[in-house]
Design a protein around this ligand. Structure first.
Ligand code: C5P
Length: 288
């Protein structure tokens, strides 16, 4: 029997890097939010070992280099189901290497799906712990919604959902290296930090304008010279009425929050003439 599950993209409403930890990772503080841009993953269990991955993008690896492959491998070994395997078909819609957590969300969705399909009965915390071994953003992606992520991203505190709004995402054509951007913050610590507490208070009060005005990502200070597109996209969104704009994760995708759908539509129309990867989406609540 086949089972299909959605893997939602994430955006970083704020992203702060505090310090480098002894394990080489960086201590972060980030308000994270799932949005309804999603990949679709279809799985089929097999009664012999082996994981097979198929995607609609030819350039994506279908072996251990694919995080979804490693997620399935880890799930079977952790649950003792060592003689099981899976066929996994991934329909990608979330742009890759964009700062939108596509690979992490696929891996998290594989953990969730296999937990249901095998009736392994793992609870949320156990799945998040498994996710931690796959990548820093995977624990958040297991249940998604709205959360404050700390540590290297694995310490999660649930927050009230982002108030109703339109989220316009646009990805410029260049790509950023995550380890490189983290390293840059060691050499040149951020000049500014986001008001993370202000954002969590505004979430509690349900004030979208107060949230949007405080959005900030320290990695915007560490972008390479060719990253002018990030500020161009932000300006275009602001001109169309965005309440706030910011880059997501280590980029280069940028998003804007709009309380007026017409503004989001206008920004989409203007940006989509230049950038192929534009998406007008809405926030998604916690899904486990
Ligand atoms: O955890 P993940 O594999 O997604 O991280 C990719 C790279 O990003 C790490 O190898 C590390 O260089 C950097 N990173 C970091 N601190 C974090 C998350 C990621 O330094 N909190």
């Amino acid at each position: 029997m086949e089972f299909t599950i959605k893997a939602f993209a994430k955006i970083n409403v704020s992203l702060d890097v505090l310090s480098k930890m002894a394990n080489g990772y960086h201590e972060i503080r980030s308000v994270m939010q799932s949005v309804d841009l999603c990949d679709e993953i279809t799985l089929k269990l097999r009664s012999e070992r082996g994981i097979r991955i198929e995607t609609n993008l030819r350039y994506l690896p279908n072996d251990r280099r694919n995080l979804a492959f490693r997620a399935a491998e880890l799930f079977f070994s952790e649950t003792g189901l060592i003689d099981r395997g899976a066929d996994i078909r991934i329909k990608k819609r979330i742009p890759v290497c964009a700062g939108l957590g596509g690979g992490s969300s696929d891996a998290a969705a594989v953990l969730r799906a296999l937990n249901i399909m095998t009736e392994a009965g793992m609870d949320l915390q156990t799945l998040e712990k498994m996710g931690e071994r796959l990548g820093s953003d995977v624990p958040f992606c297991v249940a998604g919604g709205t959360a404050l992520a700390a540590g290297r991203g694995e310490i999660l505190l649930d927050l009230p959902p982002l108030p109703d709004c339109r989220v316009l995402i646009c990805k410029p054509g260049f790509s950023c290296s995550t380890p490189e951007l983290f390293e840059k913050t060691d050499k040149k610590p951020p000049l500014r930090h986001p008001d993370t507490d202000g954002i969590t208070e505004a979430l509690r009060a349900g004030l979208i304008k107060d949230i949007a005005q405080r959005m900030y990502n320290v990695f915007e200070e560490a972008l390479p010279r060719q990253a002018g597109a990030v500020s161009e996209i932000k300006s275009a969104m602001s001109d169309a009425g965005a309440l706030g704009t910011v880059m997501s994760g280590t980029g280069p995708a940028v998003f804007g929050l709009f309380d007026d759908p017409a503004g989001a539509a206008l920004a989409y129309e203007r940006l989509n003439k230049i950038y192929r990867d534009c998406f007008s989406v809405i926030p998604v609540r916690k899904h486990l």
